[in-house]
Design a protein around this ligand. Structure first.
Ligand code: NAI
Length: 515
């Protein structure tokens, strides 16, 4: 394709504007990829800090054997530290990472248009401002795109390449190739609030906060369940403490406002209280957790106690794909299963009448009444029942203790800690994951990204253990739609409404990913 703009092979000199956290990191990534870099900041202190941070970062890479001393010197040698914007004149690509203000960014790009060649590509690292709005101030908005890195830029794999309304597709294609060449996972996205990651990730925090507000479980338990059952690297509360409650709350508010107060993105009063108190997380020494020497101080969690001698007997199982890894784990531990049948929904039946099923988004009380079985016990979703270390359960309030204790006696035998949590729909991991899947489906529905891009963005941008749409395919889109429908029915809140992309697939249980 012919393009008036620089192509990948023509990009040899990269300008970075703003030498703060992100700019310094982006500049390092470009220099490590062998390109010459011109780094500019209004503040000479910021430039000096960036220079010494680069040196110490390269020294660490040398010490870890990732770079030879000569290669590290060469990376540092590719840098020019500029005190004037004019120094951007020879750059083929300029990436802006300055203060997050539309007027300041627009003025900067208007100045750059006067300085850089007409063929040079201009990019912004903004995380919350519309690319289209920034581009509106340019004479040639077709050459401006978003190039959104994640913090810390040298380590985080993802780069979202964002197309504004006027951006030329050739510019997007070039930036996708540039970012790949820099060793990144590059994903195309459309200019929209939060792009892919900051939008799709909202329920990770929002559902955690709602679960805690509703008293389903305390933050430390939700974090543990999200890690040990959900397979996430961190739970929502520890992650919010790390990001900073103020920063996380501000992103939520900005996405909420940008989507015209869609209840799906509603901020949490619980989090606002923390922000108001100045309990901002690690940086202030207290957030959801208290910190001592940078480490959270937590009381050990209590799990359900084994009573009645830890005795249990299985009478039968209904095998279904979602349940199979658990049944395999039971067999590996030598648990006898006298009778097995196949079915759409899995069940593990105990001789004492307890029936263990995967949550379907109903409360256990409601489902027990529907199914005429007061001994029904719902278990939470696990990424892999074959290896999960903890799991939430919920029961009918009148389920006799000796019935449900057999269920957790079995989990104890399997090495899984359990806790019966407050009986609200979807338990912890299922409710959060279903909402994440719904948001990923909606981003797909509105063309913000494609299924492969959305899944890899969440895996490489925020380290999710698997792609969300792939997770939906594994559980069945109909199952996830049922969970959300049940949540929606229970709460009567538009927050839990299904994305049309999920509704449509769920009708025939069609997957998001097609081979
Ligand atoms: P920062 O505050 O660490 O650095 C910004 C730098 O820009 C400062 O050194 C400042 O002196 C300089 N600056 C401000 N106005 C300038 C101007 N007109 N010309 C030249 N230099 C100017 O900010 P940070 O965190 O690096 O963020 C920069 C951009 O990256 C923002 O748009 C932010 O939304 C975005 N971003 C931030 C992420 C983060 O985790 N911090 C993640 C992804 C994107």
């Amino acid at each position: 394709m012919t393009t008036p703009y620089r192509t990948v092979s023509e990009i040899t000199c990269v300008g970075v504007i703003g030498a703060g956290t992100m700019g310094a990191g982006i500049a390092q990534v470009a220099a490590q990829a062998g390109l010459n870099v011109v780094l500019f900041d209004l503040s000479t202190e910021a430039l000096e800090r960036a220079e010494s941070a680069l040196r110490s970062s390269m020294d660490k890479l040398v010490a870890r054997g990732k770079f030879s001393a000569e290669a590290a010197d060469a990376v540092c040698g590719r840098f020019t530290y500029a005190a004037e914007l004019r120094a951007m004149a020879p750059c083929d690509l300029v990436v802006e990472a300055i203060v997050e203000r539309l007027d300041v960014k627009q003025k900067l790009f208007a100045d750059l248009e006067e300085i850089c060649a007409a063929e040079a590509i201009l990019a912004t690292n903004t995380s919350s401002i519309s690319i289209t709005a920034i581009g509106a101030a340019l004479k040639d908005p077709a050459r401006l795109a978003g190039l959104h890195f994640f913090n810390p830029a040298p380590i985080m794999k993802l780069v979202e390449v964002i197309k504004g309304l006027a951006t030329d597709q050739a510019v997007i294609d070039t930036l996708l190739a540039v970012a790949k060449g820099w060793g990144k996972v590059a994903v195309a996205a459309k200019s929209s609030p939060g792009f892919i990651v900051n939008r799709v990730a909202r329920p990770f925090y929002a559902e955690g906060l709602r679960l805690a507000e509703e008293g389903v479980a305390e933050p430390a338990r939700i974090d543990t369940l999200m890690r040990e059952a959900g397979g996430f690297r961190m739970g929502p509360f520890e992650l919010m403490d790390l990001i900073g409650q103020d920063v996380n709350y501000a992103v939520t508010c900005s996405v909420f406002d940008a989507y015209y107060q869609d209840p799906r993105f509603k901020p949490s009063l619980m989090q606002k209280e923390l922000v108001d108190a100045g309990w901002l997380g690690r940086k202030s020494g207290r957030g959801f957790y208290q910190y001592s020497e940078g480490k959270p101080v937590t009381a050990p969690l209590e799990w359900d106690e084994i009573r009645f001698g830890g005795f249990f007997n299985i009478s039968s199982v209904v095998e279904a794909p979602a349940m199979q890894p658990l049944i395999d784990r039971m067999e590996e531990r030598g648990i006898a299963i006298p009778l097995r049948t196949q079915g759409e929904d899995g069940e593990i039946c105990f001789a004492n009448g307890a029936t263990l099923v995967l949550t379907n988004g109903q409360t256990t009380l409601e489902r027990s009444l529907d199914e005429g079985n007061p001994n029904l016990i719902q278990m939470d979703l696990a990424l892999d029942y074959g290896s999960c270390e903890s799991l939430a359960l919920s029961t009918h309030p009148e389920c006799p203790e000796e019935v449900w204790t057999e269920v957790y006696a079995m989990f104890d035998f399997l090495g899984v800690k359990t806790r019966v949590v407050k009986d609200l729909p979807g338990l912890v991991v299922m409710r959060t994951v279903a909402m994440l899947i719904n948001e990923a489906a909606d981003a797909l529905h509105f063309g913000i990204g494609d299924a492969v891009g959305i899944d890899s963005a969440m895996q490489s941008g925020v380290n999710y253990p698997t792609g969300l749409l792939a997770w939906a395919d594994k559980l069945g889109t109909s199952y996830i739609a049922d969970v959300l429908d049940n949540l929606n029915l229970f709460y009567g809140d538009d927050r839990y409404r299904l994305s049309p992309a999920l509704t449509q697939r769920a009708l025939i249980n069609a997957p998001f990913h097609t081979a």
